[in-house]
Structures are given as structure tokens and as C-alpha cells.
Design a protein around this ligand. Structure first.
Ligand SMILES: O=C(O)CCC(=O)C(=O)O
Ligand SMILES: [Fe+2]
Length: 192
């Protein structure tokens, strides 16, 4: 497990390097001390039951959301279920199945990358619709250091694209998202 985490983290750093280059930044921008040299890298082992998701009844393997950090590497067991919505603001939302390719990761971009890149990279809205078969997946969430300030990058700001997000530290941002998520949970689940 630790080896998986270490090797997948290296893949995450490589992708972060490519993202940095595409934003006209130094390749190791995200890896620099204070940014993602001590990432909050959560590895989550997921098991979905064999029930069928029925969106009309509000039952999903995992409801629609975007991940909060920089990027997420997902490995799955070949069972379908993951869907993305390419244009999260379109109504109605159009959901597409994401094929699970053996030996490949699915990479979801996160909300802090959207903030950092001032919307040039958009976080991926996704959900899991179980298909009546158990499903296993492994998600590695790569989030910046707790103290890292996530602030619209100079290279992503122009007259046509003024800063759209105020600066915030990664820790503050994550805590606000946790709070927002759990304030919507039924009291019984929160144990209050
Ligand atoms: O299981 C999957 O394929 C996706 C899981 C996911 O989106 C998440 O845990 O944030
Ligand atoms: Fe997710």
C-alpha cells in the first residue's frame, strides 16, 4: 500500500509538472517548498455495493462533485460506473461514461487547480452510478501543503480574465469544504 502511494504520488508530480509547463511556469512550480513538497495526499480505498444507482430516487454510488485539491489519480477494477460532466454549468447536465482502461489512471482535476489557474483548467464534475455489480476503486487525492497559499497565477490573469478567486490557503479551503459538506448532512449522521 505504501509503495503504491509513493509511486502514484510520483505520477501525480509528473502530471503537476506538465500542468505547470502548460501554464508557462517552471516545471517544478507545484513541487517547490511550501507548495506541494508536503502534499495532503489522501489514499482512499473505495468499495461500492452491488446495488443499482437510481438517480431519480437520489441513489448514487457517489453523488456529483468535483474533488477539492490539485488532482486525483483514480484506479478502478474495470467495473463501469464513473461518469463525468464536461460542462458543469450546462442545463441539463450531460453525463458521459468514463472507460476504465487497464493499467491506466483516470485523472480528475481539482478545485484548487481551477482556482490557481484562474479557471483555465476546470475541475472535473464527476459521479459514480453503480451498475448493479460491486465496484472497487482507489483514489489518491493530491492536495497542496496545508499552509500553501492558492492564489490566481500571474500567468493566468489577463484583461479578459481578471482574477476570479480570492487567495486562500489550502488548509482553509479544505476545512471550508468539509464544513460545507457536513453542514448539509442529516443531524443523525453527524452524531449531534
Ligand atoms: O470511485 C470512483 O471512481 C470515484 C471516486 C471519487 O470520485 C471520490 O472518491 O472522490
Ligand atoms: Fe471524486
Amino acid at each position: 500500500m505504501e509503495r503504491y502511494r509513493a509511486e502514484a504520488t510520483m505520477v501525480g508530480y509528473k502530471l503537476a509538472g506538465l500542468i505547470a509547463l502548460s501554464l508557462n511556469l517552471e516545471k517544478d512550480f507545484f513541487r517547490k517548498p511550501g507548495r506541494m513538497d508536503h502534499p495532503i495526499a489522501v489514499l482512499r480505498l473505495l468499495h461500492y455495493s452491488g446495488e443499482l444507482s437510481v438517480p431519480e430516487n437520489g441513489t448514487f454510488g457517489c453523488g456529483a462533485h468535483s474533488d477539492w485539491g490539485l488532482l486525483t489519480l483514480l484506479a478502478c477494477d474495470g467495473t463501469p460506473g464513473l461518469q463525468i460532466c464536461q460542462d458543469k454549468h450546462a442545463r441539463p447536465q450531460i453525463w458521459e461514461d468514463v472507460p476504465c482502461i487497464e493499467g491506466a489512471f483516470v485523472v480528475n482535476l481539482g478545485d484548487m487547480l481551477e482556482r490557481w489557474s484562474n479557471n483555465l483548467f476546470k475541475s472535473t464534475l464527476h459521479r459514480v452510478m453503480t451498475v448493479g455489480k460491486e465496484r472497487y476503486s482507489i483514489a489518491l487525492f493530491m492536495d497542496p501543503n496545508f499552509e500553501c497559499l492558492v492564489e490566481c497565477l500571474e500567468t493566468c490573469i489577463s484583461e479578459d480574465n481578471p482574477p476570479r478567486f480570492p487567495p486562500i490557503t489550502s488548509g482553509e479551503y479544505l476545512l471550508s469544504r468539509y464544513q460545507e459538506t457536513h453542514s448539509q448532512a442529516p443531524a443523525a449522521l453527524l452524531n449531534v
